[in-house]
Ligand binder design. Structure first.
Ligand SMILES: Cc1cc2nc3c(=O)[nH]c(=O)nc-3n(C[C@H](O)[C@H](O)[C@H](O)COP(=O)(O)OP(=O)(O)OC[C@H]3O[C@@H](n4cnc5c(N)ncnc54)[C@H](O)[C@@H]3O)c2cc1C
Length: 436
């Protein structure tokens, strides 16, 4: 075992977990290479589900994968820990000491040797240093944050329901800063919650008592997507009685308000930061590796870092060039999924001294899901390169298929079918919203 080529993948997210699964099934199982996954958490939940976990329309525990159990089934090793550095000369990944919840050190700093290293540690929201954002905003970068959001939301509804019962002023003001896909979809999820919670006992509240505002600095929502999609999404949000403020950069976030650049102060008891992304700061301190302003590791089209051909990076934490474009591959689950496929081929080739495969991003389009109300999106024609606008049930089917593709990559077709069936049964048996 010791002489085997050791591939270490750091980060078991949308991309990293798919990669170790296919490497384990192909190389680990036949003992052609040793595969190790390192992740800071014990379980995986697909990140695009986090806003549904936050609003309660999805129960995370039913969609959580335990890394240890998954590793055993798919012939890779799992190490719990947070990467904090790199010793390139000795080819070691440095893992920070692991502490218990009460601060007791469980495992000291470790060094994990590698022959090939893949970094897939994702990204977090970028508050661009906006004063008050860190202290007064909620973020949706991890399962813990999504669960915390859910608890705070239930308590805020409970408080407002009680105030309504007492005949006091009881409007709950929620602001979402950033109208990319995450912000827009979260607004629709929160509107659903405001309609469902009164049904489950908070019956002094009306949906109209919950004021939801989406704030965007650009002159339209979904600025990275085609104008038609943005217009359709604005119409749908307005239909859901979500206020849309565009061309409004945020200057400061206070405990109970958001201050705009023009000085307007918007009351806000719950403020969510959903604008922009940046890669983890420790990447900028890794020995000699090149990063951009957002801490992303700069990679070649082969996903190899520019300064070290034995170190690869992909997904949100990497800036990968695209042919015929001056913009890097966008930070999306779709891209991480495709990169995992390309990297799998490259890493298999590497064992036979073969060539690295260049990555070419194939944009299949974008879909925006308005909770259980509707879905809008554009699909890219593979041959024509033109996009086709879709909405409603067909769009929702394509939207759901993204997650199913991730599940197929992790569990195979048969088990994904069973999971799908269990989801249907669970939905029929449980309330439409997670109430605790
Ligand atoms: C609410 C929300 C909704 C989204 N919706 C969509 C969507 O509809 N469609 C779409 O295409 N994209 C969507 N995205 C973006 C998508 O989730 C990301 O592009 C995708 O998850 C990136 O995959 P990744 O593998 O690079 O990173 P991630 O999936 O973020 O995984 C990173 C992993 O690295 C681990 N990690 C981090 N730091 C360390 C460390 N130092 N050491 C060890 N492990 C570490 C983390 O625990 C995590 O498991 C959404 C994002 C959010 C937040």
């Amino acid at each position: 075992m010791d002489n085997l080529h050791h591939i270490v993948v750091v980060g078991g997210g949308a991309g990293g977990l798919e990669l170790v699964t296919s490497l384990g099934n192909k190389l680990g199982k036949k003992r052609k290479a040793r595969i190790t996954l390192v992740d800071a958490g014990l379980t995986h939940v697909w990140k695009p589900l986090l806003h549904e976990v936050a609003s309660g329309s999805l129960d995370a525990s039913a969609n959580e994968i335990n890394y240890r159990a998954h590793a055993r089934k798919h012939h890779y090793e799992f190490q719990l820990g947070r990467m904090s550095g790199l010793d390139r000369q000795n080819k070691h990944v440095v893992i920070a000491p692991f502490h218990d919840v009460d601060g007791t050190e469980v495992v000291p700093e470790r060094h994990i040797p590698y022959d090939t290293l893949v970094i897939a540690v994702g990204s977090t929201a970028n508050d661009f240093g906006t004063p008050g954002a860190q202290d007064n905003c909620l973020f949706l970068d991890s399962l813990d944050q999504a669960r915390r959001f859910h608890n705070l939301m239930l308590n805020a509804f409970l408080r407002k329901n009680h105030e309504a019962f007492q005949g006091a002023e009881h409007t709950l003001n929620i602001s979402i800063i950033g109208a990319g896909a995450t912000g827009v979809e979260l607004a629709a999820e929160l509107r659903l919650a405001s309609r469902e919670l009164p049904v489950y006992g908070m019956n002094h509240l009306q949906p109209s008592d919950v004021s939801i505002t989406v704030i965007e600095a650009a002159d339209r929502i979904l600025p990275a997507l085609p104008g038609r999609l943005s217009a359709a999404a604005t119409k749908e949000l307005e239909h859901q009685r979500v206020k849309v403020l565009t061309g409004q950069p945020v200057n400061e976030v206070r405990p109970n308000s958001v201050v705009m650049k023009d000085g307007t102060e918007l009351p806000s008891e719950m403020t969510i930061w959903a604008a922009g992304i940046k890669a983890p700061a420790f990447l900028a301190e890794l020995e000699g590796l090149e990063v951009n302003r957002g801490n992303q590791l700069v990679v070649e089209q082969t996903l190899q870092t520019t300064q070290d051909a034995d170190i690869f990076a992909f997904g949100d934490c990497a800036a990968c060039p695209q042919p015929d474009s001056d913009r890097p591959v966008p930070p999306r689950a779709q891209a991480a999924h495709q990169q995992a496929d390309t990297l799998f081929k490259t890493l298999c080739n590497r064992l036979d001294n073969g060539e690295a495969v260049p990555f070419v991003y194939n944009d299949h389009g974008s879909l925006i899901n308005f909770s259980r109300y509707t879905t809008v999106g554009n699909l890219m024609g593979n041959l024509s390169g033109r996009s086709m606008y879709i909405e409603g049930k067909v769009a929702r089917m394509f939207y759901l298929s993204l997650y199913r593709m991730h599940q197929v990559a992790l569990h195979g077709m048969f088990r994904t079918g069973i999971i799908w069936l269990m989801d249907r049964i669970s939905r029929a048996m449980h309330p439409r919203l997670k109430l605790h």
